[in-house]
Design a protein around this ligand. Sequence first.
Ligand code: GRF
Length: 212
Amino acid sequence: MTRSSTRSTRPRLAVFCSGSGTNLQAILDAVRLGHVPATLALVLADTSDAYALTRARRAGIPALAIDRTQYPSREAFERAILSALRAHRIRYIALAGFMRILSPAFVRKYRGRLINIHPALLPAFPGAHAVQDALRAGARRTGVTIHFVDEGVDTGPIIAQRGMPIRPGETAAQVFVRLHRIEHQLYPRALADVLTGRVQWRGGRVVRRADD
Ligand code: GRF
């Protein structure tokens, strides 16, 4: 048997993180159980102290820190990322708490294959402080959105959403705990939908296969 014939044909997925990586863990577990038909081929962080890197290494997955502060510009930083993606033959990228905004040029290269998770019901409360913003606004509901990434910030077409009530007097930390439970279920499922082609971004909108 040749080496190439032993290679998995499952799409190669990278997960980008900046922090703890509980969503990475959920994806990792789902891949291992066969619920997400991908090879988790790379975990990339923009800082070497992201705990997500430890999770990846423990699971035997290539883990790479590309520290933004070591590059003179976003272009140089993204060139380094793209070269890692080429080296690991990455087809799909899942952003999971990655705290950098990727340039329009980068986003266009992975259009339809670059996915993000956001802790609010977009288009409400985009940006880095979604839960705090929802509480400050007095919102009675919030939730989780999985979406394709476009050139804007948290604006791309929506793949999946699930809402939950905000209880009176709840703190941001308490809301986050409950949001995370939703995230850990929703993200692997949404990724499976994209990776199997059940959900695609075509002609500027999300298309779901009719048999679902
Ligand atoms: C999640 O709440 C996600 O919605 C947001 O960043 C957080 C990452 O959490 N984009 P974790 O590192 O996966 O625990």
